[in-house]
Design a protein around this ligand. Sequence first.
Ligand code: NAD
Ligand code: DAU
Length: 342
Amino acid sequence: MSEMSVVVAGGCGFIGSHFIRLLLSACPDARILNLDLLTYAGNPANLADLATAPGLAFSRCDIADPDAVRSALTAWNVTPRYVVNLAAETHVDRSVLEPESFLRTNVLGTYTLLELCRGIPGVRFVQVSTDEVYGSLGGAGCFNEDSPLLPSSPYSASKASSDMLVRAWHKTYGLDAVITRSSNNYGPNQFPEKLIPLMILHASSGQELPVYGDGSNVRDWIHVVDHCVGILAAMRQGRAGGIYNFGGDSERTNLQVVNSIVDRICGHRDLIRFVPDRPAHDWRYALDSSRARSELGWRPEVRFEQGLSETIDWYLANDAWWRPILTGEYLRFREQWYGARR
Ligand code: NAD
Ligand code: DAU
């Protein structure tokens, strides 16, 4: 078994592609198999700069299909030391409209990967999860890893379910597994259905900026690279059965975030439209990351204002990346979701 042989599920997505880039820069001789179904959110262009990386293999594969996953591993012909699961349906609004694919990929897909790992001696499974499994906070306090799981949306319920499966496979079968839970990521390559890229693209083209409710909901923003550094640390140094929170220490109301983006791009705050709220919209998330700090020596490095400014610049300079994906499937969802909020 090669020491740094890693299956990354979901490597063509936003966080998965940054994770593969980080892994290859930290371990240039790593052997990586990227398993990705290339849903609307999966984009091979996210890895365009790594097209010739010698250790990186790709298989278009549904993680909820055990035969497909097994064949991909057989064709790769390497025994993985790590399996890192970043493949998921990830957009909360879509989970409200069409929950089934969330259950299939996030729950059944995780189950399939866990079963695969059960047959591989010495493998470590890393489940990339989210702060949304903890539910919603009031004005004070923050979640730690012992906080109860109280998911509100079909998305977060599917993520909490998969975390439970990982815990059960660790306890029942002794599978070496680690769970990471981060707050809201931002940075280059994020699909433009999420708040920050959506607002950047709308503000730069003079379109309305749809803010749910009164914009007072709070998210704790973490730069995607800080999150990936945390996943890598948990993968290599985390305790078997351990859970690690990764927060960005950058709580902002949605309205603060949107105002910062508009002010930086065009100054037209009159583009903001307060629209009917998302159902079961969690009011506030905040994470206590002290376990990751003390056990993994991790801390977030990117200041939000700096990271946001660089992210805005990236989107403004990379229309060749986002123009091709603002098509069919995205426009259909946008009409269905935002059309109902006019
Ligand atoms: P994303 O939507 O950008 O990418 C998901 C990737 O998974 C895509 O490449 C897609 O093609 C792939 N995929 C979907 N279904 C699949 C299937 N059945 N089989 C194989 N591949 C499939 O997501 P992201 O934002 O990069 O999130 C990655 C992980 O991190 C998810 O598990 C998510 O829950 C978690 N997470 C995300 C955030 C965030 O703010 N984005 C925060 C915390 C945790
Ligand atoms: O907290 C981690 C989670 O962050 C991840 O697990 C999810 O995969 C990821 O999608 C994200 O979930 P959110 O629902 O917090 O992210 P989103 O970008 O959809 O929304 C951020 C906030 O902005 C949220 O309070 C809803 C609000 N919002 C979002 C959109 C798309 C708006 O007000 N208007 C919008 O148009």
